[in-house]
Each structure stands twice: as C-alpha cells, then as structure tokens.
Write a protein that binds this ligand. Structure first.
Ligand code: BTN
Length: 283
C-alpha cells in the first residue's frame, strides 16, 4: 500500500494553478488548523483523499485542485471540472459514530457551503434538495459526500466531503446542454470572484460544521429548511424509469424529503435513491 508521502508526491503541482495560491489561502484561514493541499490537476479530489484517508491522513486534511480529469458527481455521474474557473475541494473528517448517525451529513455540508459563499461574496445561495447550491434557479455547485467504515466495528472511519462550485465562468463557458441551468459566482456578482478567498471560507465553514456535526443536528436542520428552495414546490421524483409528481412538504430529521403525492399519499424520499426535478425543468 502507498504511504501518504508517495501519494502527495504523485499529486504535487507541476502545472499552472491559474491564480490559486496556497499562501494566499492560508492567509485567509486565520486560526483554522486544517491543512490545505493545492494541486493543479488530479483525477478527482474525492478519490485521492479517500486513498489518503485509508492510509491514515488526519481529520482536517483538505485537497483542492485547479481542475479535475475525472470529477465525480452524485448517482455515478461525472462532474465537469475545467481549470481556472471552478473550485474543486474535498475535506476529510473522522466523526466517531455509527453511519446511521450521519444521515444528515450532506445537509450539514450544504448549509456550511451557503455560509462560505455568503462570507466570501456577500450573497447566500439556496439549496435544491439535497445537495445542489442554486442561485436564481440555476446550479452554482454540488456536493458529494462519501463514507468509509471500519470493517471490524462497522462504525465510521472517515467521511469525504467533496464540493464543486462554479466561480469564474461566464455563460458561454458552460456547454450549451447545461447553459440554461448553470451559473457561477462571477455571473451572480457581475465581477471577478476570488477563488482563493472562497476556498478559505469553505474550509473555515467545514471546520465549524465538523465541531457541531453530532451535537447540533436540530439547529442545523432548521437552517437547512430556511435555505432549501425545494420546500413548498411541486417536484418530479425520478426513481429509475418511474416519475411521480409530489408537493415537497418538509425535511425529516435525517435529511429526507417529506412529500405529498398527487394521490394524497405522504412519503419520504432519500437522496441516494431518487433525483428530484421541478415540474418544468431543473428547479
Ligand atoms: C453533484 O453535483 O452531483 C456533486 C458534484 C461534486 C463535485 C465535487 S468537485 C470536488 C470533489 N471531487 C469530485 O470528484 N467530486 C467532488
């Protein structure tokens, strides 16, 4: 098995990072003790950090890449990660708990990322259940959380918190197929968006989140409900080939979406099993 130094050596930046700068990020981090490793290019920061978690990297290890060649999204999708414009960040935490105690993890990361964007840029995105950050009905970013369990105890060994945020794109940078559904911090602000600052705010928000992850679930879910733009809307729930329409009512204690189907039946959908869309498009 490769040790951490060997992995880091493989990943060491050799190419341009388009203005991303470890020292500038560090200067924005204040007293946050987490360690940020910056790379020009990796396949996927989540994949690489998972390897590092398996060989003992400590909680608070963060990987950031200027671009990814194999960025991964939810439900096995790929996540396009061009250089110079996005933030692709993965953070390692090691909460001491059973996996069933972390059902709300993606919600907690989403609220933390709203805080980070607000602190960096002064506007607060909404959350499209479960894990999309949105502004004006367009996707600003997404979250992919992955858990590793201790095979002996079945408890959580590590969690990888992977986040991708569109920062510097203009509309023409997005492929035509997603242009009507995607936005960036630069498009929202109408000026350049500082990626180094956003990265630092993301790391600070994730460190805060980690400290209260197992103790402040109710308060966090209250904040999630306030940020969640899905609540009160009619949505299409896509489960394989089946599509059902439902009104989104609430978020349960585990981050599931409570809905009322057209038949009047009440149900809960969990993020791993379905894709939720607005009736007429992305939102
Ligand atoms: C989604 O929208 O489906 C989730 C996208 C998550 C993308 C981030 S970018 C950093 C980290 N590395 C990955 O390969 N994926 C996550």
């Amino acid at each position: 098995m490769m040790d951490i130094d060997a992995i880091m050596e493989q990943l060491r930046p050799r190419l341009d990072t388009h203005g991303l700068d470890s020292r500038v990020i560090r200067s924005h981090l204040g007293d946050c003790p987490w360690r940020v490793y910056l790379f020009s290019e990796v396949d996927s920061t989540n994949t690489r950090l998972k390897e590092m978690a398996k060989v003992g990297s400590p909680a608070g290890t963060v990987l950031v890449a200027d671009r990814q060649t194999g960025g991964r999204g939810r439900l096995g999708r790929s996540f396009l990660s061009p250089g110079g414009v996005g933030v692709y960040l993965s953070a390692l935490i090691r909460p001491d708990c059973a996996p069933t105690e972390l059902m709300h993890l993606t919600c907690a990361v989403a609220v933390a990322m709203c805080d980070a964007v607000e602190n960096a840029f002064g506007f607060r995105p909404g959350i499209k259940w479960t894990n999309d950050l949105v502004v004006e009905n367009k996707k600003l970013g997404g979250i992919l959380t992955e858990l590793g369990l201790d095979p002996k105890t079945g408890r959580v060994s590590y969690a990888i918190l992977g986040i991708g945020i569109n920062c510097g794109q203009t509309a023409s940078d997005f492929d035509e197929s997603i242009r009507s559904m995607a936005t960036s911090a630069r498009m929202v602000l109408g000026r350049e968006a500082d990626r180094n600052l956003l990265i630092a705010e993301m790391v600070r928000a994730l460190e805060n989140m980690d400290q209260t992850l197992l103790t402040s679930t109710d308060a966090m879910l209250g904040r999630y409900r306030r940020d969640c733009i899905t609540l009160g809307k009619w949505v299409s729930i896509l489960r394989g080939d089946e599509v059902r329409h439902a009104l989104a009512l609430d978020i349960d204690a585990e981050g599931g979406l409570i809905v009322r189907y057209e038949s009047g039946e009440i149900g809960t959908v969990t993020s791993g099993e379905v894709c939720v869309r607005g009736l007429y498009g992305y939102i």
